[in-house]
Design a protein around this ligand. Structure first.
Ligand SMILES: [Zn+2]
Ligand SMILES: [Zn+2]
Ligand SMILES: [Zn+2]
Length: 741
């Protein structure tokens, strides 16, 4: 380095050429004749070697720098400190508003008979003039520069993660270069450009150091913008790791629990312009979910605390526990069953028809859990969730426990309840043992969709399945009989299978009006509404979701009821639509009055398609028509409307109360209170842990229950088994694309 400057500059000879040294061993600066970087010079300028971007080190005697100077320059000896600095800023290409400079100059002196090199910080005009003043005789300065990021008073305290995050963000989004980390510790983090080659060294680099006195990290070195050249735009980026991707997803995952892999890949592409592999997306999403919703294990621990908080902020919230066992070593309870219900829902049910449907759904958690849900039907024919429970499996015991809680907290002695459910062996037995659903108190009805599914999984015939649905959904016995005859013609065995089921339990025609026109549990609507995307989340997150979505239901539907009131509707949208449609249908009917006192009459209708006629008998006093629809729907059918007109009766007065607009409004008039921050939640009286025996096993074909599987379940089970086989063979729990819901 110095050879080209040999005429002006004699490199320091460490062999001790410079004599004499001070025997006393005291520190003594060189005099003018002896100093190496001091030569009598009358020049008005001073030579500067500028060192930047490298590493300074000192063994106590000599100062070394691991790189050659980035620049040699000359400045007037009369330069002020500010002029001096601005020259350096210009040379190293660093923004003076963001970085301050630590500048020091090498100075040699003699100590204990040896040459000792020291660094003198150049901080102001005085220290600068020590070197530049012509009378001191220096002709060369070796200047070492470090950049320090300027901390504004309001700047956040930068931490290690924030520093790494910022570098990653800039590298991905703006520089679009990869970096690597040669040094990483608790107090130091250093990165270099990965595109540096032998031939071309990129000057971009950055070093952050933790300053314990300041209690924060500072950037002690920054090399300036990349000088490397990218040959082509890469589609992937090596620094796009799971932690970074997960951090991008947090907001999305929190707002939308059904946020899936496809969304992850798109979000990363939108944000950074890079593609990521499915596997990386999957792990990042898992990490983001755990960051937002906790792990399975932490979440079950939090559940008692969360449900306690719900009760604290929403008095009247029902929470019931049935623990499975107690861990003798820790004293924690092993989760068995938990039931919860919100007060506004319980009170809202008072304004709904006498109908409760119950169903179960899988939770796609790491532990084998089922969720049991009870729901009512509001006056606008929409599902109102009433109660939730998490159980380990669907069994006689779990259903019995759930129905007992329903009876105690929701039904509370109300009579005439119709319970709609599937035909799971556990539930049918449990219902028989629950007095609320046994005549004369109440009845049990089967979900027609489940009956059809069971039927179809046995006979696997689409034509038969459609006939089964028709048989169950016909309102008139004669039509039911006709359909059953058709089934018998197709398959005697299928006919006998259906014939063995209690007709009043599965057909609308034999129901006697209990079902109020409801043929299925309508649970898909409920599950989609309350649990959409949540079934893959840990338990506390699921409970939170049921709370948030219930709040949402109440807010939306109360607002809807206000609109209906403003429209001067007497009834809900659903009832209004039916009432209007049946009026239009009644126009073509012809009435023959029979009995003035009983207000009975026969109505002749033109069949659609113009083939012949049908006759129906209407008895206004009994509020029934032989078509069966009035009894089921609680609204006078088209035939009844015609008869009402003939007897000059106001048909509107015969619409059931539960369709009334005020009843609907009252259903949703109670409000929820927000749950405060977790810091205010009470510590629950017990600790809860998962049951390790119901952890999902990777052995296929083990999760068998006494459930009557329908074809949907079979498909799910098959997919699960295949996935499990794949997993056990690859020793990885990464799912294959498409297996997410
Ligand atoms: Zn570079
Ligand atoms: Zn079901
Ligand atoms: Zn009718």
């Amino acid at each position: 380095m110095a050879s080209s400057k040999a005429g002006r500059y004699q490199p320091l000879n460490k062999a001790g050429t410079y004599q004499p040294f001070n025997q006393a061993g005291t520190y003594q600066p060189f005099n003018q004749a002896e100093t190496c970087n001091k030569m009598a010079s009358s020049s008005s300028r001073i030579e500067i070697f500028l060192y930047f971007g490298g590493e300074l080190s000192s063994d106590g005697w000599s100062v070394t720098y691991d790189q050659t100077p980035i620049a040699a320059m000359r400045i007037p000896r009369s330069s002020s400190y500010d002029q001096f600095l601005s020259k350096i800023y210009k040379k190293i290409g660093v923004d003076s508003s963001r970085f301050s400079l630590n500048v020091s100059a090498k100075h040699s002196c003699q100590y204990l008979g040896r040459i000792k090199e020291t660094l003198i910080p150049i901080k102001d005009d005085d220290t600068l003039s020590f070197f530049t003043d012509p009378t001191t005789g220096f002709s060369l300065m070796e200047i070492f520069v470090e950049t320090v990021e300027i901390q504004h008073d309001d700047a956040p305290q930068i931490g290690r993660e924030a520093l790494i995050e910022a570098v990653k963000e800039r590298s991905l989004r703006y520089a679009r270069r990869e970096y690597w980390v040669p040094e990483s510790s608790k107090t130091k983090w250093k990165v270099l450009c990965r595109h540096t080659t032998e031939a071309m060294r990129c000057r971009w680099e950055l070093r952050g150091i933790y300053k314990p006195k300041m209690g924060r990290w500072t950037i002690t070195k920054y090399g300036g913008d990349h000088t490397c050249i990218l040959n082509q735009m890469s589609l992937e980026h090596g620094n796009l790791d799971r932690v970074y991707v997960a951090s991008l997803l947090l907001g999305h995952v929190k707002c939308n629990p059904s946020y899936g892999i496809k969304h992850v890949i798109q979000t990363v592409k939108d944000h950074t312009g890079y593609d990521i592999a499915y596997q990386k997306a999957w792990y990042s999403l898992k990490m983001a979910r755990e960051m937002v919703y906790g792990t399975w294990e932490s979440s079950v621990q939090k559940l008692p605390k969360y449900l306690g908080a719900l009760q604290k902020y929403n008095p009247g919230t029902i929470v019931e526990w049935q623990h499975k066992a107690r861990d003798t070593s820790t004293g924690a309870y092993v989760i068995g069953y938990v039931f919860w219900a919100f007060k506004p829902c319980i009170e809202g049910f008072q304004h709904c028809r006498n109908l409760i449907s119950v169903d179960e759904t899988h939770l796609y958690t790491k532990y084998k859990h089922k969720m049991l849900i009870a729901a009512a039907m509001d006056g606008n024919q929409q599902v109102l969730p009433l109660a939730f429970a998490v159980v380990d499996e669907e069994s006689l015991l779990s259903w019995k426990w759930f129905l007992r809680q329903l009876s105690r907290h929701i039904i509370r002695g109300r009579r005439g309840i119709c319970l709609i459910s599937d035909r799971h062996a556990g539930i049918t037995r449990a219902v028989r043992e629950c007095p609320d659903f046994v005549p004369p108190n109440g009845v049990h009805r089967y979900c027609l969709r489940h009956v059809c599914s069971n039927f179809n999984s046995k006979y696997k015939n689409v034509v038969l399945k459609d006939l089964c649905w028709r048989a169950g959904s016909e309102y008139q016995i004669r039509k039911f009989n006709r359909t059953m005859e058709e089934i018998k013609k197709q398959s005697l065995e299928a006919f006998q299978w259906l014939d063995r089921i209690d007709k009043e339990k599965w057909t609308a025609s034999h129901d006697g009006g209990w079902r109020c026109g409801i043929l299925t549990t309508n649970m898909s609507e409920c599950i989609n509404g309350v649990l959409k995307g949540a079934r893959r989340l840990p338990l506390t997150a699921i409970a939170e979701m049921t709370f948030q979505r219930s709040v949402h239901y109440f807010r939306e539907r109360l607002a809807r009821s206000t609109v209906m009131l403003t429209n001067n509707q007497l009834w809900t949208d659903f009832a209004y639509k039916m009432f209007t449609r049946w009026h239009q249908n009644s126009v073509e009917h012809t009435v023959t009055k029979f009995h003035q006192f009983q207000q009975s009459a026969s109505v002749v209708t033109r069949r659609h398609g113009g083939h012949g006629v049908n006759t129906h008998v209407v008895k206004i006093a009994n509020r029934e028509c032989s078509c069966g629809k009035w009894t089921q729907f609680g609204l006078p059918c088209s035939h009844a409307r015609k008869v009402c007109a003939a007897f000059m009766i106001n048909a509107a007065s015969m619409v059931k109360d539960y369709y009334d607009i005020m009843t609907y409004k009252n259903t949703y008039s109670k409000s929820f209170e927000p749950v405060h921050s977790e810091d205010y939640w009470d510590v629950p009286g017990f600790e809860l842990v998962h049951d390790p025996t119901i952890r999902i096993s990777s052995r296929p074909g083990r999760n068998q229950t006494i459930r009557i599987y329908n074809e949907m379940d079979w498909a799910q089970r098959r997919a699960r088994q295949q996935a499990q086989q794949r997993n056990s063979s690859t020793q990885s729990d990464v799912p294959v694309p498409g297996s997410q819901d």
